[in-house]
Design a protein around this ligand. Structure first.
Ligand code: C2E
Ligand code: MG
Ligand code: MG
Length: 287
């Protein structure tokens, strides 16, 4: 969908366009928020929270997803849904996304240096970020912290791949060769066909929360979820269920051979210190 900023830009260049005050107002708001976001990065107001990915076999911690939060003074914690779309629109997502990857790697390095047993950390990569970066760019950030590449997973959406298929395929292939994992996020909500899926050099499918929420009652959702799990298995891909809130959902997933979940049932996103406590518990379990 065309956004206000582009619409306004286009209108500015066209003498016969009608003036639409609500579009101009929306563009002004976007520009103001973009300025606030750039300032927030300089002022170090962004934080990462970490949500556990948990084994359905023994409920052990198998990884984290890093999720961005803006701690805006006087406004509390602002969730990503309220600013990522604008950052994506204005292009600020590129430096912001670089920061997220760098910060997740820095945090992991700190945990490793503190003697924690490593688990992979996933970072969300937006469509525009993917379009503007090469595999080497991502690799350079990971290398900066001396991390093994297979401790990092990049989560991309089907839309990000389809927007520029050739570039995405080249980047994904290079990432795979480097050992960096790639997951398709919100799987099932995009428009990628099975023939594309077969060609994508990825490691993981993350089943979108909207399907999980209907399981096990809704027949259609149950069918879609069990089919995605079977398809992932057939393609040799790892599969994760997102947004698991209830025991019945976990039971359904286990019954259909999905072995990893991420959701409120097994852990909400938490700040880095609480995530470190989870790593310490894990260390005790291993010992
Ligand atoms: P996502 O990547 O699909 O992340 C999962 C979202 O679902 C997170 O919301 C998480 O808090 C939420 N969630 C997890 N388990 C449950 C559950 O059991 N029930 C419910 N109702 N929700 C659950 P969050 O943190 O608000 O992030 C929303 C979206 O914002 C993310 O969806 C992702 O697309 C985007 N996002 C977050 N951080 C970043 C980032 O660093 N970069 C980019 N480009 N996008 C990000
Ligand atoms: Mg994600
Ligand atoms: Mg998702």
């Amino acid at each position: 969908a065309e956004t206000a900023l582009y619409a306004a830009k286009r209108m500015g260049g066209r003498r016969h366009a009608f003036f639409r005050p609500e579009l101009a107002e929306q563009a002004r708001r976007q520009l103001a928020l973009d300025g606030d976001l750039r300032a927030a990065l300089a002022l170090k107001q962004f934080r990462l929270h970490y949500q556990p990915k948990v084994s359905l076999i023994d409920f052990s911690l198998e990884g984290f997803e890093a999720l961005l939060r803006w701690e805006k003074p006087g406004h509390g914690m602002i969730p990503p849904g309220e600013f990522i779309p604008v950052a994506e629109e204005t292009g600020f997502i590129v430096p912001l996304g670089d920061w997220v990857l760098d910060e997740a790697c820095r945090q992991m390095r700190e945990w490793l240096d503190a003697g924690m047993e490593p688990v992979p950390v996933a970072v969300n990569i937006s469509p525009k970020h993917l379009r503007n970066r090469s595999a080497e760019d991502f690799r350079r950030i990971i290398d900066r912290h001396g991390l093994p590449p297979d401790l990092v997973e990049l989560e991309i959406t089907e839309g990000a791949v389809m927007q520029d298929l050739d570039h995405a395929l080249a980047v994904l292939a290079a990432l795979k060769a480097m050992g960096i994992r790639v997951a398709v996020d919100d799987f099932g909500t995009g428009h990628s066909s099975l023939s594309y899926l077969k060609r994508l050099p990825i490691t993981t499918l993350k089943i979108d929360r909207s399907f999980i929420s209907g399981v096990p009652q809704e027949r259609e959702d149950a069918g879609i979820v069990s089919t995605i799990i079977a398809m992932a298995d057939m393609l040799g891909l790892h599969v994760v269920a997102e947004g698991v809130e209830k025991t019945e959902q976990a039971n359904f997933l286990r019954h259909h051979n999905c072995t990893q979940v991420q959701g409120w049932l097994t852990g909400r996103p938490v700040p880095a210190d609480a995530a470190c406590s989870l790593l310490m518990e894990r260390l005790r379990e291993i010992a």
